[in-house]
Design a protein around this ligand. Structure first.
Ligand SMILES: O=C(CO)[C@H](O)[C@H](O)COP(=O)(O)O
Ligand SMILES: [Fe+2]
Length: 219
């Protein structure tokens, strides 16, 4: 279970995106939060900016779609070259079809669950995904406080993934920082999204390195 760090550009300076993505060369992924003002009460960016980022960024892009009707919109993100495309279970009416389509277009397929969504009903979907994303804040905004109540679900999700062979990555997103990352790693997460903890730091590269070493120490 290798630790991976995926800085979220939600907390970056949107007027200087190319410089901001270049500031984290030691990360594994670049986490891009697509929000539509419907599924969540915030509007960020969409396909044209993801396409521009794909040209500007050396890192693979991890697209987190917080949008209504991901069944309609998600495949396009895979088609333009995102390395990973994650849809919300709460928003999808045909997750099996959409996840298979994402995979068939060459991207990793992710399924995200809000803090109040139980993981057990998705046991049978584990074979259809490459990554399970557990939200550790309510989706919509960066800089929120980590929800400790999700820790038992991280543990249960890790058990479920292991029963399916252990190949699926377990990502946590929201309030992940030097104060909380060890708890997540101990519980079984292996991919860590961090927005404000990376882009709020003066030295972004050092913030990524320190999060990685804390997670590795606790895993
Ligand atoms: O999906 C998200 C919010 O919905 C973001 O990825 C997440 O909140 C990152 O920001 P921070 O690390 O500051 O909490
Ligand atoms: Fe996210």
């Amino acid at each position: 279970m290798a630790v991976q760090i995926s800085p979220s550009i939600l907390s970056a300076d949107f007027a200087r995106l190319a410089d901001e993505v270049a500031a984290v060369p030691n990360a594994d992924w670049l986490h891009v939060d697509v929000m539509d003002n419907h599924f969540v009460p915030n509007l960020t960016l969409g396909l044209p900016i993801v396409e521009a980022l794909l040209k500007a960024a050396a890192l693979p892009i991890d697209c987190h779609l917080m949008i209504t009707d991901p069944d309609r919109w998600a495949p396009a993100y895979a088609e333009v070259g995102a390395g990973s495309v994650t849809i919300h279970a709460e928003a999808s009416s045909a997750p099996v079809r959409t996840l298979r389509e994402i995979r068939s277009l060459g991207a990793r397929a992710g399924l995200a669950l809000n803090p109040a969504t139980a993981v057990e009903p998705y046991d049978d979907l584990i074979g259809e995904i490459d990554m399970l994303l557990l939200m550790t804040v309510e989706p919509g905004f960066g800089g929120q406080k980590f929800l400790d109540m999700v820790l038992p679900k991280i543990r249960r999700a890790r058990g479920l993934i292991e029963r399916h062979g252990g190949e699926v990555w377990l990502q946590v997103d929201g309030g992940v920082s030097a104060d909380t990352i060890e708890r997540c790693a101990e519980a079984g997460a292996d991919v860590f999204v961090a927005g404000s903890a990376v882009y709020g730091a003066d030295d972004r590269e050092a913030a990524v390195a320190s999060l990685r070493s804390l997670a590795e120490g606790a895993a």
